[in-house]
Ligand binder design. Structure first.
Ligand code: LMR
Length: 337
């Protein structure tokens, strides 16, 4: 099934990739695959990009957006991009380790960004640019960083202190930093594809998870989690990426128009991310299915203290110099907790 999908994807890609000059009338098709719902920061931004790409190229490019893992799941989509079966993705920054670009896991470090402003100093500045460049040897072009938001823990029992998560099986994305984060809470990390989380929570394969509210809400995870604590303990955002051979093979004028569409989509994505998460938090509260708990300042400090050692432990994985340059941008000092 998986192989068949890749085969048909590749066949479609070959058809889409060859006729730039041969069949001038045919639009260039870009398959943009992702794993979240349409009505999320990433889903909406992908649609916005598709719209602007069509407008700016005057129909020369058709971006087909495949949401909700309908085309590929997490791991498969990375393989599909490298093989050229899809042309664009926007995986979470926590999912680049298996590609061999483990530096992206710096974004998973607990409490490294207090807010979007601090984060943007990194993603929209020189450090972000240097990170995107690291993708090129993998046959991947990094086009932009898109925001989602700050993660909170959910489970079926109340969460006020780190000890409340002790011994729980918690689903995480495929990041070694996140594995260490969960271990620092004396809990058990379970790496799992995003598309499988709802069912795993429902059937008790895992006890809880972490995600920004927009994902918790749009995947209906709140229906199968009785408690949500607004820990805001880490960031989840995306790198928008393209198959390098495909991107560089585009006619220069078309590529320029797509770069402009991406610039506009990034502004849009990063504008709506907080709004979507705030809106979805209200919806979760209204549902009455999950009790939403706001930590006191002391309770938040207890989480920061419990998670601070993750920075030290993961320093060599991320790279000391890179980490220091991020701390410099954000003013973060793990020894302060
Ligand atoms: C997750 O797997 O929890 C997220 O990376 C999903 C996403 O793309 O936001």
């Amino acid at each position: 099934m998986r192989l068949a999908k890749l085969f048909f994807g590749l066949a479609a890609c070959t058809l889409a990739a060859t006729p730039f000059t041969a069949v001038a009338q045919q639009p260039i098709v870009i398959k943009f695959s992702h794993v979240v719902a349409h009505d999320t920061p990433k889903g909406l931004a992908a649609e916005y990009f598709a719209k602007r790409a069509a407008e700016l190229t005057k129909g020369k490019v058709k971006v087909e957006v495949y949401a909700n893992s309908t085309l590929y799941k997490d791991k498969e989509e990375m393989e599909a991009l490298q093989l050229g079966a899809v042309q664009m993705l926007a995986p979470s920054l926590a999912k680049f380790g298996p590609l061999g670009v483990k530096e992206f896991e710096l974004f998973d470090l607990p409490y490294i960004f207090d807010n979007y402003e601090e984060l943007h100093k990194v993603t929209q500045g020189p450090v972000g640019q240097s990170l995107l460049k690291k993708l090129e040897p993998k046959g991947v072009v990094g086009l932009a960083f898109w925001d989602n938001g700050f993660k909170s823990f959910s489970a079926n029992t109340p969460i006020k202190t780190p000890a409340d998560l002790k011994g729980k099986k918690l689903r995480i994305q495929s990041s070694k930093v996140l594995e260490e984060e969960i271990r620092a809470l004396s809990a058990l990390p379970q790496v799992m594809a995003f598309s499988e989380v709802y069912q795993a929570l429902q059937t008790g394969v895992v006890d809880g998870t972490e995600n920004p509210i927009s994902n918790l809400y749009t995947q209906k995870m709140y229906e199968v989690q009785k408690h949500l604590a607004l820990t805001d303990h880490g960031y989840l955002g995306y790198a928008v990426i393209a198959n390098k051979k495909f991107w560089e093979g585009l006619p220069a004028d078309v590529r320029g128009q797509l770069e402009q569409a991406m610039k506009e989509s990034t502004i849009y994505a990063n504008k709506i991310a907080k709004e979507q998460n705030d809106k979805d938090l209200e919806a979760v509260k209204k549902s009455g299915k999950t009790q939403v708990y706001t930590l006191t300042a002391d309770e938040k400090t207890a989480f920061k203290k419990a998670l601070a050692p993750v920075h030290v432990k993961m320093e060599s994985r991320i790279g000391k110099d890179l980490l220091q340059s991020v701390y410099k941008e954000t003013g973060f000092d793990p020894s302060k907790f």
